[in-house]
Every structure is written in structure tokens, then in C-alpha cells.
Design a protein around this ligand. Structure first.
Ligand code: PLP
Length: 402
């Protein structure tokens, strides 16, 4: 068998990295696909080898909760795509977010978070962290951060585009503020993926993802990942794996490795579809407003042009007819599935106020634009004309019934 290939450098294109980075044919069998190493522990040769491995003198795997070869391949591929020194894979995006935050902040610290975030992340920031003595401060925009900085501020957390109204945050500016204050910045890059935005290259310290979305891309695996400097990842791995135990299973890692190979292609198709649907809805009389960073009317359009290669596959829109119209529209869709995830090859649509964001207090929800008329739409990779036809027919029927 040939010697293992060297890790690919970031000078390769994203499509090449997505296919090749982090992996080589299996050294023992020649298998081209990454083997699923389904084992909970790894044998060592003798007593002394065990001691050396446990005290870190000898490299090697010990226990799959700490590290696993299949999971490590996924981590290496993700690190290459995000341009990160290191990555840590988790059992879900929420495990990646909570372990990152619990790894980087302690009781007495303060965390500032900007704009809207995923409902589960909102729960961690409003509920879990304050219970542990960590003050969390929501601010509506970047201009409000400076006034909230204190000697106790440890971290700024952002999500961009933000779930569900596609709020755009200037990542280079987040990094500048954080570095000037000597604190860390964390960005959830789930909606953009490294194909559209690379937050680390803009100065962000840690990137988190729900791999459940575009990274897997087929709606059949749940996972998450954190990426950044090796020292930060060491801390996050130690808390997230050794203590909280939210490790990714090797079976899921295999699914994500496979998913990543087509990520750059899937993203292009999803962006094409989303852009087309956003343009159609933007001029429809039943629609009050469309939230899509690719529309010049979006307040974050100019920043999105600077930091996103394209504008993504997800949009939200608000019906003038409120919840009744949203309900009729969603129930009339035929090709598009009603479901709460995003980033799948299948187009998905949901009503955030009663699903993903139902646990967020109503006043906060409304302030963040999550009204009863809001629908979130994740464009899949179907033919654009078929997708548009489905949206058009659902709108036509719903408009007649409302
Ligand atoms: C932006 C974002 N971050 C994190 C999460 C949590 O990911 P998971 O569902 O994989 O735990 C989600 C889930 O929808 C999300 O949309």
C-alpha cells in the first residue's frame, strides 16, 4: 500500500479540499472510502505503553469519547475547509455551541451576544450560562457592543446569517472589537458554511457549526463542530469530550465526510434556488417583506457582499396575512417539505414562531422579527423551475383561501 498522502494545504480550491482533505486510502485495506472505526476503546501493547499513552508521551487513540480515527478524518477535512489549525467534532450543533461556551468562560465572566441566534443557542445564553454564574448580555447590533464591554467580558458571540431572519453581522468588525478588548470572538457559520464565508480568515477566534445542516446535507445525520486555534480546541475538547461527553459517533462522522465531498456543489445549487425564490417573493403582493441577504433591500446586503461569496440557500419572508396565511401556504406546498431543519438537498419550510423559536419569549421573538406571519425557507438542490412552480401554486391557493 502506498504511503499516506500529506495533508492538503489551503492553497487548493474548496472543491478539491472537500473531496481530498484529511483522508487517504486506508493503509491496511486500500479502501478508498474512510472506514468506520466502530470501537469504544483502543488496545495498547503492554502496561508501560498504556501508561505512556495516558500521560501523553506516546501518540495514539485511547477511547472513542476522546478521539476516534473516523471522527478525526472529519475534523481534518473541516479544518482544511475553514482554514483552521484544529477542529473538534460533537454529537450535535448544540453540543458544539454549549461545549465551546463552557470551555471558554467561567463563573464571573460576561458574554455579549449580538442580534438573533438560533433558539437553542438563545436557551444556552439566557438560561444555562446565567445559572452557572456567567452573565450574558444580548445587544441588538455591533454598535451597542462597546458600551457593554467590561473587565469581566470574556467573549463576543455572533451568528451570521442569523436564524431565522438572516441578520448579517460584520465579522471583521466583531474580530476587531474583540481583539482590541483582548477577548475572544465566536461565530456560528452554519448558514454560510466555509464555501461562502471563512470567519477565521476575517479574524474570528472560534467557528461553530451545526453539521446537521449543510455539512451533512441530506437530513440523515446529527452533529456539530468547533474550529480554531489548537490551544482553544484543546480546551474545548477537554471540556466537551472528557467532561460533558458530547462526542460524535464514528457512524455519523462517516456520513459527514461523505456529505462534505459535495458541499461546494450543493451550496451553489441552493444559492441559485434561494436567490430566485427571494426575487419572486419580493415582488408578490401577499408578502410584506423578504429576508434574504442577496436582495439589495436587505439591511445587511452590503456587509454580506463583503464577507459572503454568495448569499446562501436560506431565506425568510413575512406574509401580510399573518399566521393564517403562513399556515395555508405551508399546508399547500407539495414538493417542499414542512420540517424545521435547513441545509438539506430537499427544500424545507417551517413556521419559526411555533416551531424553532417557540421557546423564545414572545416579546424577544417579535423584537427579532419572528412574527406569526414569518416562514423560513431552506432551498434545496431541486430544479429551479420545479421549486418556483411549487411556491407559486401554494401562494396562489393560499391567497384565494385566506
Ligand atoms: C444556526 C444554528 N446553530 C446551531 C444549531 C443547533 O444544531 P443541532 O440541531 O445540530 O444541535 C442550529 C439548529 O437548528 C442552528 O440553526
Amino acid at each position: 500500500m502506498s504511503t499516506p498522502k500529506q495533508p492538503l494545504s489551503r492553497t487548493f480550491g474548496l472543491r478539491t479540499l472537500a473531496v481530498h482533505a484529511g483522508q487517504a486510502p486506508d493503509i491496511t485495506t486500500g479502501a478508498t472510502a474512510t472506514p468506520i472505526v466502530a470501537t469504544s476503546s483502543f488496545a495498547y501493547d503492554d502496561f508501560d505503553a498504556g501508561v505512556r499513552r495516558f500521560n501523553g508521551e506516546q501518540p495514539g487513540f485511547l477511547y472513542s469519547r476522546f478521539a476516534n480515527p473516523t471522527v478525526q478524518t472529519f475534523e481534518a477535512k473541516m479544518a482544511a475547509l475553514e482554514g483552521a489549525e484544529s477542529a473538534v467534532a460533537f454529537s450535535s450543533g448544540s453540543a458544539a455551541v454549549s461545549s465551546t461556551l463552557l470551555g471558554l468562560v467561567s463563573a464571573g465572566d460576561e458574554v455579549i451576544y449580538v442580534g438573533t441566534v438560533y433558539g437553542g443557542t438563545d436557551g444556552i445564553l439566557r438560561g444555562l450560562l446565567p445559572r452557572l454564574g456567567i452573565r450574558t448580555i444580548p445587544v441588538p447590533d455591533l454598535a451597542s457592543v462597546q458600551a457593554q464591554l467590561s473587565p469581566r467580558t470574556r467573549l463576543i458571540y455572533v451568528e451570521t446569517p442569523a436564524n431565522p431572519v438572516m441578520g448579517i453581522i460584520d465579522l471583521a468588525e466583531v474580530a476587531r472589537i474583540a481583539h482590541e478588548a483582548g477577548i475572544l470572538s465566536v461565530a456560528d457559520n452554519t448558514f454560510s458554511t466555509p464555501c461562502l464565508t471563512q470567519p477565521l480568515a476575517l479574524g474570528i477566534d472560534v467557528v461553530v457549526h451545526s453539521a446537521t445542516k449543510y455539512i451533512g446535507g441530506h437530513g440523515d445525520a446529527t452533529g456539530g463542530v468547533a474550529l480554531g486555534r489548537a490551544d482553544l480546541m484543546k480546551t474545548i475538547r477537554s471540556i466537551g469530550m472528557k467532561e460533558l461527553g458530547g462526542c460524535m459517533s464514528p457512524h455519523e462522522a462517516f456520513m459527514f465526510i461523505r456529505g462534505l465531498k459535495t458541499l461546494p456543489l450543493r451550496i451553489e445549487a441552493a444559492c441559485d434556488n434561494a436567490q430566485q425564490i427571494a426575487a419572486f417573493l419580493h415582488s408578490h403582493p401577499a408578502v410584506e417583506r423578504v429576508y434574504y441577504p442577496g436582495l439589495p433591500s436587505h439591511p445587511g446586503h452590503e456587509i454580506a457582499r463583503r464577507q459572503m461569496r454568495r448569499f446562501g440557500g436560506i431565506l425568510s419572508f413575512e406574509f401580510r396575512g399573518g399566521r393564517a396565511m403562513a399556515r395555508l401556504f405551508l399546508d399547500r406546498l407539495q414538493l417542499v417539505t414542512q420540517a424545521v431543519s435547513v441545509g438539506d438537498v430537499d427544500s424545507l419550510a417551517c413556521h419559526p414562531a411555533s416551531t424553532t423559536h417557540s421557546a423564545v419569549a414572545e416579546a424577544i421573538r417579535l423584537k427579532n422579527g419572528v412574527t406569526e406571519g414569518l416562514v423560513r425557507f431552506s432551498a434545496g438542490i431541486e430544479d429551479p423551475e420545479d421549486l418556483l412552480a411549487d411556491v407559486e401554486q401554494a401562494l396562489a391557493h393560499a391567497s384565494k383561501e385566506v
